[in-house]
Design a protein around this ligand. Sequence first.
Ligand SMILES: Nc1ncnc2c1ncn2[C@@H]1O[C@H](COP(=O)(O)OP(=O)(O)OP(=O)(O)O)[C@@H](O)[C@H]1O
Length: 247
Amino acid sequence: MLKVEGVAKAYKKAGLFSREREQVLADIHFACDYGECLGIIGESGSGKSTLGRLVLGIEQPDRGSILFEGESVTKRRGRAGKISAVFQDYTSSINPFYTVEAAIMESLRLIGMGGQEASDKLDFLLDQVGLDRSYRQKHPHELSGGEVQRVCIARAVATNPTCIVLDEAISSLDGSVQMQVLQLLKQLGQTYRMSYLFITHDLQAAAYLCDRVMIVHRGRVVETVAVEQLKDVQSAYARKLLGMVML
Ligand SMILES: Nc1ncnc2c1ncn2[C@@H]1O[C@H](COP(=O)(O)OP(=O)(O)OP(=O)(O)O)[C@@H](O)[C@H]1O
């Protein structure tokens, strides 16, 4: 379904006159199948979010290709709504002037849905993420962090996507709320048979949600393992990362 081959990305280094470029991703290869949850793990600055933006087609790689159902992700028209995203910063993910209803309707319009059909679907989506209809008219500032993230998830699911990129989607939430949102994601993933690219530095969350985990270090894939085999990782970096969690 998703095939990433030989992807590289560099950014210009900070500084007005700097000509140097920082190689953020180098020769990344991986695939993600229908219904699979692939965790992308690595420490801060390892290039995880950059990879997420490339998969979403927000930015283009310098080299390599990213194919979604056989087509380049940069061809937006073909994949409208098929790849969605939920980001970490839920406080800015929803326009503060939008109600919950307006935020989700925006996604439904993307797939050409309107009128009563869209209104019914909106109630259905709210129900699925555990919010009742009274939330329709609320604004983001009237919601808790967990509730806003539930709205973001409803909005991402609204287009019936094949794949959702979850970029540190639970990282800003409190511990117990993190677990609730993880459970919600797991249940929705199974119901809709969606794939997730779960970008995180939280190995335990990845172990809960994912089928496989890809460990990224300094812009390279160090190792990819099935979650059941996480304890048997081979590379020194992966062992170090795991060791930090097991302490
Ligand atoms: N648009 C940009 N312009 C210049 N440099 C960038 C840009 N985006 C990211 N970088 C740099 O690329 C590197 C990787 O950033 P990225 O956000 O992909 O890492 P990350 O693994 O997601 O980190 P974190 O877990 O902290 O979010 C960092 O050094 C960052 O400063």
